[in-house]
Design a protein around this ligand. Sequence first.
Ligand SMILES: Cc1cc2nc3c(=O)[nH]c(=O)nc-3n(C[C@H](O)[C@H](O)[C@H](O)COP(=O)(O)OP(=O)(O)OC[C@H]3O[C@@H](n4cnc5c(N)ncnc54)[C@H](O)[C@@H]3O)c2cc1C
Length: 504
Amino acid sequence: MSDEVVGGWPARRPEPAASAEAVAKSVADGGDAGGERGPAAPSGPGAGRGPAGLRVAVLGGGICGLAAAHRLVRAGARVTLLEGSDQLGGLGTFFPWRDGWVERFYHCVMPSDDDLLGLLGELGLREGVRWRRTRMGMVVDRRHHPFNSALDLLRFTPLTLRERVRFGVVSLLLRRLGRGRDLDRLRTEDWLREVYGDRVWDRLLAPMFGSKFGAAFGDVPALYLWQRLGRESNVSVRGYPEGGYKSVIDALRSSIEDAGGVVRTSAPVHRLTVGAGRALATTADGATTEADRVISTLPLPVLRQVADGDLAGLVPDVELPYQGVVNALFFLKRPLTGHYWAPVVRSGTDFDGVVEMSALAGTFAGRHLVYAMRYTDRASALYREPEGRIAARWTKQLVGLYPDLTSADVDDVRVFKAPFVEPVYPLGYLARQPPVRIAGTPVLLATTAHVYPSVTSWNSGVALANRVVALLDDAARGGSADQRRGGEALADQLLQGGGDPHRG
Ligand SMILES: Cc1cc2nc3c(=O)[nH]c(=O)nc-3n(C[C@H](O)[C@H](O)[C@H](O)COP(=O)(O)OP(=O)(O)OC[C@H]3O[C@@H](n4cnc5c(N)ncnc54)[C@H](O)[C@@H]3O)c2cc1C
């Protein structure tokens, strides 16, 4: 296990070439995301005057909703955040284990997560992020391979020598090869077959990419992969917040409540209606929240279920299939390989990736935390299978995959699922991406369907929250100087429920 701690936080690098390792990670790793940057958050002397007094309901208490609520209360809005589950944090949430709290799903911070790091700075948590160099492995046909250097690639026997060289060279050039091409309309499979060749695609990339997007893997726009490569390089540094992601979630809650905002958990929104420039959110217990503006971070299929009356027909009708995830967390008495991340290809397991979290975050209560995951549709047989059965089968599979591991080394295992993790974007999605605002209503959208071509991540959630709040803030101020130059109509339209030329 690498224990190297990288001091401070890494400086931003110039646009990197994609290493072979970065390509492999980008294809398969659910944790690394694209680097969308939102406009600057409201700050400085003008802050606090924009949406002051405006009643804003934020639906969903994941990172996007929490970041939006945090921004809004600081700008003087009267915020009520409604979260359906009994805990905040959404996909980044946690559960109690022994004397502490552990994330349900593996999470890490990337050095280029500027928006998230900016937020952590505001919360006083940025210096606490612990940065480490992490290493990657590959398990192919049950054999374990390190996958971190040119030498590792040259020794990577699942490919022929010629293929290894081609894989390395193409990976270094991939970002450049994509420039000037309309990758949003090019299938990933077509692009990667073209540049890597059929065998590399069939033997390596297809199983890895398929794990993230299921049957539609080849059809996802190549832009998605290209964008991800923009924030990765062959220096693999990842970060983990001191105290875990719970410390960030707790700090956001305190920030919102200290500034007078209301945070309600166990408050699933069952109905959302609009009328006369206002919105009414009704939760399962029948309580209602009236608001001048709503920011919904709910996945679009969920919003469609709760939108009522006139609003029902106005929710964007873009039909995006979503990948969910099944994820098992093993508490081991010993480490595995020290590789933070290892795709598992053709090895007879139901899971197709293993994240050894302790290689980044250290042990927890003396246990090494290892996540195994499979991205899958929420209607799949695996997704519907009871957690206990998955836990038992995956434990056997994990023990069978790592020769030195025995079932006595497995102290505990927990299985968690999430139905809406990653939209499976269609070709040409840039043109079809819904606006962040539902025209003619006070409802703004900040959902995972709006972060493309970035991968869904905490960083893209914060960036999107910044963007939506800045839009609302500008509108409430009557438009920023820039906007006034561009035409006062925007702010007026937004406040009065007219069209929004800004796309999400
Ligand atoms: C296995 C896995 C690994 C990941 N790894 C990383 C990583 O390493 N780094 C990283 O940055 N990101 C990672 N992510 C992605 C990251 O967790 C998400 O992109 C991010 O949490 C999305 O935040 P969100 O607020 O947009 O949505 P969500 O977190 O989905 O939040 C939406 C919230 O809405 C609530 N809700 C739903 N319906 C209702 C309703 N009717 N009423 C009220 N509330 C409702 C939900 O309970 C939820 O809390 C990972 C995700 C998964 C699943």
